[in-house]
Design a protein around this ligand. Structure first.
Ligand code: NAD
Length: 341
């Protein structure tokens, strides 16, 4: 008999609803329920697919009034689940972990939490095995996931001694009309930016320097990466290493995909759920090798690149499958196909 692991999703915003969708595609796990705070259009749509829970008893009344059936509160969701994926707003995880520990339930946290919330930080390519059997795991942020995804195959092939990356960050997500900037460029004034220590939690590379700049767009982040290699390699070696990994999408700017607008349009065109692009898009023309340096430019769909990692993190924690099998299963179920067009 196929036993399905019961996964509860606490927080159903940008990341939570995508993780719920991804879990619902797996045949070794299922969504026991999701927590919503407000009976809005997202709750109404979600109630057709998932059991809805609320953070606390006090929230039940407003859902009743909106005609949305509630199965219980966070305590009940924990009772009905074997693991919680915490997708609440950044910083809230440190309150929630106390509840999970008291109730002795495993939990996955997201990149908005400090690294020390969990026993390990997670990226499926670079350090899956460090989360095997763990109770509390943090999937690193969208930017860090993007860097680990493309650097890890190069590290395996040629070794990486130093990472130098400039991160041009989207201001906020598409459904958010409250944040900015809307007409300025905001550099982070700290060197390195917080992405440097974060990357080191999942990718064991001696030196990492990052700088981050926020710009007025909601579509994707763009990274300009320079790696100092352990052994010299050609641009073709790097491209071929990425082509073997489905979570990296090597594409050309020549056929109309020269900006994040067109890459996101491609995701719509190929029928991706919510127009997501789980893969990290690397522009082939930008890949350049010279001496011990490899340089390239990549785009990261911040709303979705971490989603397959959440599924794999759960499998690592429960030892459901080894790394390669889990990644393959997740990719197949989510139709993650890498450089297909
Ligand atoms: P979000 O604001 O889109 O979603 C958070 C959801 O949690 C909202 O629906 C909110 O109503 C709900 N919520 C608020 N308080 C709650 C509570 N007490 N209990 C349950 N739910 C509650 O945020 P997000 O972008 O999905 O971010 C979630 C986490 O994922 C953060 O750690 C963030 O840093 C990380 N992350 C975000 C992105 C991104 O680009 N959005 C990418 C990678 C990682």
């Amino acid at each position: 008999m196929n036993i399905m692991l019961r996964v509860g999703i606490n927080g159903y915003g940008t990341i939570g609803r995508r993780v719920a969708y991804a879990v619902s595609l797996q045949d070794d796990m299922k969504v026991s329920g999701i927590i919503k705070t407000k009976p809005d259009y997202i709750s109404k749509a979600a109630s057709k697919e998932f059991n809805i829970y609320v953070p606390d008893k006090a929230s039940e009344k407003k859902f009743d009034e909106a005609g949305i059936k509630i199965k219980g509160d966070l305590g009940k969701l924990i009772e009905d689940s074997e693991v919680i994926v915490d997708c609440t707003p950044e910083g809230r995880g440190k309150e929630n972990i106390r509840i999970y520990q008291d109730r002795k339930i495993k939990a996955v946290f997201q990149g908005g939490e400090d690294a020390d919330i969990a026993e390990s930080s997670f990226n499926a390519y670079s350090n899956f095995n460090e989360s095997v059997g763990k109770s509390y795991v943090r999937v690193v942020s969208c930017n860090t996931t993007g860097l680990a995804r493309t650097i890890s195959p190069i590290n395996d092939l040629l070794g990486v001694r130093r990472v130098n990356a400039t991160l041009i960050r989207r201001a906020t997500d598409q459904n958010d009309s409250t944040k900015g900037p809307i007409n300025s460029v905001e550099p982070s004034l700290k060197f390195p930016s917080h992405h440097s220590p974060d990357l080191k939690t999942v990718l064991h590379v001696p030196e990492v320097e990052t700088v981050a700049i926020k710009v007025p767009t909601t579509l994707m982040h763009v990274h300009v990466v320079e790696l100092t290699l352990g052994r010299q390699g050609k641009a073709e070696d790097a491209v071929s290493a990425w082509m073997q990994r489905k979570r990296v999408f090597v594409l050309s700017g020549k056929d109309g995909r020269s900006s994040t607008a067109q890459i996101m349009d491609m995701a719509r065109e190929i029928g991706r759920n919510r127009s997501d692009l789980y893969e990290i898009a690397v522009w082939k023309e930008s890949v350049n090798a010279s001496g011990d340096k490899l340089r390239y430019v990549q785009a990261v769909h911040q709303e979705s690149d971490v989603v397959p990692e959440n599924v794999d993190a759960i499998r690592a924690m429960f030892q459901l499958l080894p790394q390669a099998d889990s990644v393959e299963k997740t990719d197949r179920s989510m139709k993650i196909s890498g450089s297909v067009i």
